[in-house]
Ligand binder design. Structure first.
Ligand code: IPE
Ligand code: IPE
Ligand code: MG
Length: 246
């Protein structure tokens, strides 16, 4: 029973261990700038940190990790930066094809992936097949993801079902709406972390974070370590979650 499982590293009881952690991985560009390097170096360093953090989450019994890697607004960036990020994604997907099964990670991509370069879409498909045979931590990577787009698309899907006569408008409730989002089937994240010293959500899981505990840290994402994640989890353990009650 999950309640009695313990964090192998810091001893936190599972009852106060979030099942689902979401991270806005921000601060890569500033990390590079501080070192006099091009922003792309920050994105590469961030990709390494992401690997370390996802392995760590698995080792401490987190069931789901959802990370914000590229937003629907990030296309506004200079073309070479966007291409650099797509190259990193390609590399990540190629490497994971070989590693997923070994690490037993279920890798998922959330967002409008149809807008990504064709070869990346194919790699995502390949990863999906390998992932489906795995049973370990679920890692959701949000790429071309926007919380508003997620909600609008869910509304479109439901409207289409009403139009087809599959459902009645009054059958649309929170549960059905949740099941129409990209995050269908996932529990809402209990803990949402943003690195990089900004205190905003920037169009991340708008619906799903209704009752998430929000943790903002000045640490730039490439400097985010398992120890820093432990600090966030310890902070989470001290929250009183009331969900509107007393
Ligand atoms: C987050 O780091 C990664 C992406 C949004 C792709 P940034 O690139 O936003 O880094 P800063 O915020 O400019 O430092
Ligand atoms: C949020 O970071 C998106 C990701 C981390 C992928 P941004 O850097 O795009 O957000 P803003 O522009 O600071 O709000
Ligand atoms: Mg940023």
């Amino acid at each position: 029973m999950a309640l009695f499982r313990r964090n192998k590293k810091n001893g936190t009881a599972a009852a106060v261990m979030p099942r689902h952690i979401a991270i806005i991985m921000d601060g890569n560009g500033r990390w590079a700038k501080k070192r006099g390097l091009p922003r792309s170096f920050g994105h590469s360093a961030g990709a390494e940190t992401f690997r370390t953090i996802s392995r760590y989450c698995d080792s401490i019994g987190v069931e789901q990790l959802t990370v914000f890697a590229f937003s629907t607004e990030n296309w506004k960036r200079p073309q070479d930066e966007v291409e650099g990020i797509m190259d990193l994604l390609r590399k990540y997907l190629r490497d994971s094809c070989a590693q997923l099964a070994e690490e037993n990670v279920r890798l998922r991509f959330l967002g409008d992936t149809d807008r990504l370069p064709r070869d990346i879409q194919e790699l995502i498909g390949k990863n999906r097949v390998i992932s489906d045979a795995c049973t370990g931590i679920i890692v959701n990577v949000c790429v071309n993801y926007g919380g508003r787009l997620d909600i609008v698309r869910a509304a479109q899907k439901l409207a289409q079902k009403v139009k087809n006569g599959e459902i009645q408008p009054e059958e649309i409730d929170e549960e059905l709406f949740s099941e129409s989002l990209w995050t269908r089937g996932l529990p809402d994240p209990e803990l949402l972390i943003r690195t990089g010293a900004e205190s905003r959500i920037s169009n991340f899981l708008l619906w799903q974070s209704a009752y998430s505990e929000l943790y903002f840290t000045d640490t730039l994402f490439p400097d985010f370590t398992p120890e820093k994640l432990d600090e966030a989890i310890s902070w989470f353990a001290g929250r009183k979650r009331r969900f509107g009650g007393v």
